[in-house]
Ligand binder design. Sequence first.
Ligand code: ADP
Length: 365
Amino acid sequence: MRVLILAPVGRDADLLSQTLEPMGVESAIVPGIDTLVKEVALGAGASIIADEAITPRHVHELTLWLATQPPWSDPPFIILTPGGQTKLYSHERAQRFSTMGNFTLIERPMRPEIIQSAVRAALRGRMKQYEVRSQQEDLLRANSDLEQFAHSASHDLKEPLRNIRIFNELLRKEYGHTLDERATGFLDMVGSSALRMENLLADLLAYTQASSIPDERPDLTNARDALEAALGNLNAAVLEAHAEIIVGDLPAVRMRESHLQQLFQNLVGNALKYRRDSCPPRISIASSRSGEFWLNCVADNGIGIAPEHKEKIFGIFQRLHTSAQYSGTGMGLAICQRIVERYRGRIWVESEPGRGSRFLFTIPA
Ligand code: ADP
């Protein structure tokens, strides 16, 4: 946590250095703004700059450099202004530095206790920023380890599982005639369990691939095209359920088309699956502008969801029904949530049992 000092008058620089010494703070005097930027980049707790050492061009260069800093980093600057100036003059000066973000102005003549207190505050702030960085790094590492684990597990388990299914079918084909009804029933169980596990693994893989790390700036996707592609894949289920699909306004959004399609496919697929026996499904899909977001809605007239389950259903492998009641892996909504969060949006449900559900998600406009 060094403090860098940029002051063209040697005496000022030495004085500052001496002021920091009793605090046990290490200081380094730098000859110019270029060195200062390099040293801040290498790591510094704070920088003290004499106003006369920094021209508007320097401020501009520093501002450009600061824009390249990661979100956790906001290096503090303490600027020593010339003393005895009019209020208007100081105001203009302050305006000039405002693009540098985290800066404090101290008017000369320098008073050691004021310099020390400003340095102490700056160092404390910078220390907090380094803590945030280290926590972020830990989180990213843990997240990437988990993702890697889930990816390898789902990928590597596919092969042995396929073998179980193939040999199960071979056993049935070549030795089926020698087995009684009970034994064939067991083989059926092996086959359907292997198939279910294959579906679970495929969804787990889809979940890891819908990584929560955002793209730089995704291209515009026409939401209507994404919905049509999703409905194309659901065509058989739509026809089988005699579903009515109502499509409202849909905008162009900054999302990968495959992600938006997957969202619609999971939500409309669920609306078809969790329908009431008493009436055919009526599903409406629409989007409206809400401040800085597009608010998208997939609404159905299905079985609905009890209030105590409204959050739980977005968890990995969370289901409210058995496979015998409704097929599924419990991953669909978890994948939806991961995709939406990747775009810094939010997804939630409004519903009452027996009165349909409205799944809502936001995407930045
Ligand atoms: P899956 O459908 O494979 O079980 P999901 O993650 O898509 O997994 O959904 C989780 C649970 O949320 C479902 O098991 C179901 O109970 C409930 N659910 C999801 N969508 C709806 C809906 N449109 N209407 C009623 N319940 C729903």
